[in-house]
Design a binder for this molecule. Structure first.
Ligand SMILES: [Zn+2]
Length: 466
């Protein structure tokens, strides 16, 4: 099946400051790892607005010399199809174009978009938290923020267009996207423009799709996407997250099921802290799979934030990297089963920037490309990740405490985990393999019992799961 990665280095302009926990390296370093593993077929030509969302893959067989040589040079053998057969089992890289204002305005107020532009042009004027959520704290003003956020929104939009325009069906990965906390008229939880909601709204506006399922496995509730479609039966939102009793943004309870015509088309599974793979598998078995079967979407969009890892410094869930890969496999197979394989994945949160996130999302890319990756990480990539982690560690440790607003996504960390904005604790600092991990805490038996009770309440609340 054809697969695409929507990516441009300019997305790294979504940079909220060196002390901020949401770092562009979570996706830039991920793309470097995908490249080092030979997972990408690079496009060399400049995209036009039209070509970016056209499924024809004119650059399928143009892997860079670097992408092929790195894994083998390191001696990481066994890179099944990718290294031996350029053009298959790779994600074709497409450079997106920025979402135009008219697309952003399907989800966001014009006045809010103007505020983001002002915060990008003159960030020094935003020295206090404005009423639209931009200023010191979770979503600080920064030069070029509008352009980078619009590019990320464009990437997710074009990922969905590619998937909907491909025959046979295709998959796409908008690795820098998944900014699911952005609301209609305010920034929240590190998120400026809500790229998943914008992508869905554009596809619905253009009549390219009738029923969209949005599945969110980020550790935090997908509140902004839920809000955007809360009264609509055309979009089913399902969010699995750490309970809002313990974690930002505090919403995502079982009884949040939609409104008006949208009643029944929002589903929330608030998991207990330390929830492990068995809890997630139960939620997939009892909620996600039957909901998709009942809804019969045309396409599945999965927000795959990597902050449900047990060592994430901002959250308190209990997945290992191997567990995360098993969820990615389930998502791919659910898309096969319920919507002809049409699947868009986005990134999202993830604060084990230099260790956990690149490995998790590279495994996700490998699932999309149907490639078995060798366990051993490419050596040059490992060295680079370690150097970047060391450089960022100093900056983050030095300034992390002061940067985050009370009650925000980052602030929840100080109250609950106390790890600050660094990568500290987020898995092995210099892992040698793809799935090397530390042991998650938590007692499996009571966790599963508690999750059973949550799932029972979700099923009782949801008309779709009757
Ligand atoms: Zn998150």
């Amino acid at each position: 099946m054809a697969g695409f990665l929507l990516y441009d280095d300019a997305m790294a302009g979504y940079d909220l400051g060196s002390a901020h926990p949401l770092k562009p390296e979570r996706f830039t370093l991920t793309v470097e790892l995908m490249r080092a593993y030979g997972l990408l077929a690079e496009c060399v030509s400049e995209p036009t607005a039209e070509s970016a969302s056209q499924p024809t893959a004119e650059c399928v067989s143009e892997p860079t010399a670097e992408s092929v040589s790195q894994p083998t040079a390191e001696g990481a053998s066994g890179l099944s199809a990718a290294a031996s057969d350029p053009g298959s089992n790779r994600l074709v890289v497409r450079r997106p174009h920025p979402a135009p204002d008219e697309d952003l305005a399907l989800v966001h107020d014009r006045a809010y978009i103007d505020t983001v532009k002002a915060a990008s042009a003159e960030p020094e004027r935003f020295t206090w938290r404005s009423k639209r959520g931009i200023g010191p704290g979770d979503t600080p003003a920064a030069p070029g923020l509008h352009d980078a956020a619009a590019l990320i929104a464009g990437a997710t939009t074009q990922a969905l267009e590619l998937v909907l325009g491909s025959e046979p069906p295709a998959r796409a990965f908008a690795v820098a996207g998944g900014l699911h906390h952005a609301h209609r008229d305010y920034a929240s939880g590190f998120c400026i423009y809500n790229d998943p909601a914008i992508a869905i709204a554009v596809a619905l506006r253009d009549g390219r799709v009738a029923r969209v399922a949005y599945l969110d496995i980020d550790a935090h509730h997908g509140d902004g996407v839920q809000e955007a479609f809360y009264a609509s039966p055309d979009v089913l939102t399902i969010s699995l997250h750490e309970s809002g009793r313990y974690l930002f943004p505090g919403t995502g309870r079982e009884r949040e099921t939609g409104r008006g015509e949208g009643e029944g088309y929002a589903i929330n599974v608030p998991l207990p802290p330390l929830a492990n793979n068995a809890c997630y598998q139960l939620a997939f078995d009892e909620v996600v799979a039957p909901a998709l079967a009942a809804y019969r979407p045309d396409v599945l969009i999965a927000q795959c934030g990597a902050d449900a890892h047990h060592a994430d410094p901002l959250t308190h869930l209990g997945l290992t990297l191997t567990d995360m890969r098993s969820l990615y496999r389930r998502i791919v197979s659910l898309a096969e089963e319920h919507c002809g394989g049409r699947l868009v994945c986005t990134g999202g949160g993830g604060y084990g920037t230099f260790s956990v996130v690149p490995r998790a999302w590279t495994m996700l890319a490998a699932e999309l490309a149907e490639v078995e990756l060798p366990e051993e990480l490419p050596g040059p990539w490992r060295e680079r990740a370690a150097a970047l982690a060391e450089a960022a560690g100093g900056a983050a440790m030095g300034a992390g405490a002061g940067g985050l607003g009370a009650g925000g996504l980052g602030a929840s960390d100080a109250g609950a985990g106390g790890l600050g904005a660094s990568d500290a604790g987020a898995g092995p600092s210099a892992p040698r393999t793809l799935t090397e991990d530390t042991v998650p805490p938590g007692d499996p038996v009571p966790l599963l019992e508690e999750t059973r009770a949550v799932v029972a309440r979700v099923r009782e609340s949801s008309p779709l799961l009757d």
